[in-house]
Design a protein. Sequence first.
Length: 213
Amino acid sequence: MALDKPRLTVVVSGPSGAGKSTLCERFVDAHPTAELIITTTTREARRGEQDGIDYHFVTEEAFKKGIERGDFLEHALVHGNYYGSPRKAVDEARQAGRDVILEIDIQGGLAVKSRIPDALLIFVTPSDVSVLKQRLLGRGTDSAESIARRLSNVKRELERISEYNVFLFNDELDAAVRMLGCLIEAERHRIARYDTARLFNLAALDSVLQCTQ
Ligand code: ADP
Ligand code: 5GP
């Protein structure tokens, strides 16, 4: 039986410092059939971030024009900056038969779910949320003000976890990357995604299983 595996739209969200970018990058590096969508933002590039690789960095004016043109599958104001998922990149990845990975905030994740109802929504967090502070300080890329703002949003984000499908604890990184792969594969094997009569060729099954002896 040849299993024509469905490709998925996967949303990865969670508090700042949970390790979403690290996890997603590690995952797509190991899975060429998955594409991490480069999203668009008005936030300033951090040290080491590159335009067109980490984000499409644009001005607020350009972002608002993008909204008017309908360029974004979803967009949201997050931690004081605008972010949006380019519709064209998502459509192209889906048409190319790749799994689409969107590392976006919860508002964006729920907007994606309303447009792509079979999207898988994954909520990433360390099991001990107090380590978020250490991780953001350790990342060394954000100002004290930006870190404080991100941490002040954690409670509100965790309060919405029940709107997501599954959670993923990112404590030990390698284990979390493996778990991300497991969650995606489990979702890919959800029976509702298949036409099981076709999958098992039920129309011809009686003759296939006929026992003549
Ligand atoms: P997010 O994208 O969720 O804001 P990052 O991926 O930037 O988070 O990770 C924040 C910091 O935590 C980075 O310095 C990263 O290297 C580190 N980190 C990520 N996952 C782990 C982990 N499992 N254990 C320890 N540090 C981690
Ligand atoms: P950061 O500034 O740390 O890169 O990202 C801040 C937040 O914005 C994270 O929660 C990240 O997932 C989210 N984000 C990144 N791109 C998008 C996007 O295109 N849309 C939405 N809604 N959120 C995004």
